[in-house]
Design a protein. Structure first.
Lengths: 154, 307
């Protein structure tokens, strides 16, 4: 099942944010639900783009699971891929014509939440040391768990 | 003989200036107890007795390592106009998942002295004629090694430069170069490949374990100062941008209280402590992650130390 975007609503939210911004304000402060709704457009586009690269993600995670690559290298490569997806998504959300015809597979949203989990632990591992952040052992456990959940998408 | 009004006035001005320098130095020091008082006193005396050109400061034996130091401007107690009041004017309450940790030298976010500019200076419309780094000032910061030695002479002291930016709500952002250096993996989020080319290869650091990575980033041969300074300035540009939003939030497993800086145009997120207004981290973040951040009460890295 696929979902498309309500462009009128997107426009409305963008205009609202723009108007508030001119008053040194933002939807973040005025209406957090609408702020989250506004961000969900970009987030969904990104989910679809990640989903379309799911084999690449799978392959990279496999390499880590099989200890072909080290944890730091895996984290770096994984986050790089995610950044590429975000960059592509940004270009689409900026282009109303493209966004209007863009559709998102519901499975992509589910898959993307797993990508998000791996991304979160990878960021924690890079941002903090093993004591404040996450130990190698716990990191591996977390990735293995998410990897198992990913199997259903293939 | 009675002192003249002029001499009384001059003395008064000197006393006020001394107190201002002393209080500023005391406030921004990371030291504790008597040592903090002594160092603040020395800095205040130094500022009172020496001319303020960097060349003279360099020759001073009174406060070695203070070359290039410009004295802090005494803060003025004025809030920025149109301040939505989400940071600087009030603190956040604790969240349901545990008590947030205050910064060690916590003055809380409602310190009105953290508003150094007048309305005129904080009005974005009036900033156009000023140079790019209009809101930046340099301070010094005494850094002491955290060894367990009781012998004062064995403790390593160094003077480190602090750059201070003014956020769009008029509050301070104190950036230590060493913090930018330690967060070197995020530098490519702020500097383009052309700038980094031949100077800093982040992929080298990327492949290292945490402690090795820190050592790598702390070596100036691997990460030159000029790259750190440029990254620091870019980070400050983002954090002081007119369209950057300041939201009360938390960092890490200890739930350190502070302010989350979010810029949707740049897709950048940063964090500053509440108590010391110290910059902690900044990075690029996609819409999905910013959305998640908003859903989790603006708690950056809430899962650290939990998995």
């Amino acid at each position: 099942m696929k979902i498309t975007f309500d462009m009128d609503r997107y426009n409305e939210l963008l205009e609202k944010e723009k108007r508030l911004s001119q008053q040194s304000n933002s939807l973040i402060f005025e209406n957090k639900d609408e702020f989250i709704e506004l961000l969900s457009y970009g987030a969904r586009v990104e989910s679809q783009i990640s989903y379309e690269r799911k084999e690449e993600y799978y392959s990279l995670i496999s390499q880590y699971i099989e200890k072909v690559i080290t944890p730091p290298l895996f984290q770096s490569k994984f986050l790089k891929m995610e950044k590429e997806d975000a960059k592509a998504a940004k270009m689409i959300t900026k282009d109303f014509k493209q966004l209007a015809i863009f559709s998102v597979d519901l499975k992509a949203v589910e898959f993307s939440s797993l990508i998000g989990e791996i991304s979160d632990v990878s960021m924690v591992a890079r941002e903090f040391g093993p004591e404040e952040g996450i130990s190698d052992q716990k990191f591996r456990k977390s990735i293995e768990k998410t990897f198992l959940q990913m199997q259903e998408f293939f | 003989m009675k002192p003249s009004r002029k001499s009384i006035f001059s003395s008064g001005v000197l006393v006020i200036a001394f107190l201002s320098f002393f209080l500023s130095a005391y406030k921004y020091s990371d030291l504790k107890g008597l040592r903090r008082l002594v160092v603040a006193f020395k800095i205040a005396i130094f500022l009172m007795v020496s001319p303020l050109s960097p060349a003279n400061a360099k020759d001073s034996e009174f406060l070695p390592g203070s070359e290039g130091f410009t004295p802090p401007r005494p803060p003025l107690s004025r809030l920025a106009p149109n301040n939505p009041g989400y940071f600087g004017s009030k603190t956040t309450g604790s969240s349901s998942s545990g008590e947030p940790k205050k910064s060690p030298d916590n003055n809380s976010g409602d310190d009105p002295s953290n508003t150094p500019f007048s309305d005129y200076e904080t009005n974005p419309d009036l900033k156009e004629n000023r140079p790019e780094s209009k809101n930046f000032k340099h301070y010094i910061h005494e850094k002491i090694s955290e060894d367990n030695s009781d012998d004062e002479s064995e403790k390593q002291c160094a003077i480190e430069e602090i750059k201070v930016g003014i956020a769009n709500d008029g509050t301070f952002i104190n950036i230590l170069d060493s913090q930018v250096r330690d967060k070197g993996l995020h530098i490519p989020d702020f500097l383009d490949a052309e700038t980094l080319d031949g100077k800093f290869d982040v992929s080298e650091a990327d492949n290292l374990e945490y402690s090795d990575r820190l050592n790598y980033l702390r070596d100036k041969n691997n990460l030159p100062d000029d790259i750190v300074f440029q990254a620091r300035d870019e980070i400050l540009d983002f954090m002081t941008a007119v369209d950057t939003k300041l939201i009360p939030g938390f960092l890490g497993k200890s739930k350190i209280e502070g302010t989350v800086f979010i810029n949707l145009r740049l897709n950048k997120v940063g964090f500053r402590d509440n108590g010391s207004y110290k910059f902690r981290t900044a990075m690029t973040m996609n819409d999905k992650k910013i959305k998640h951040l908003a859903k989790t009460d603006f708690h950056l890295f809430p899962n650290s130390g939990k998995q």
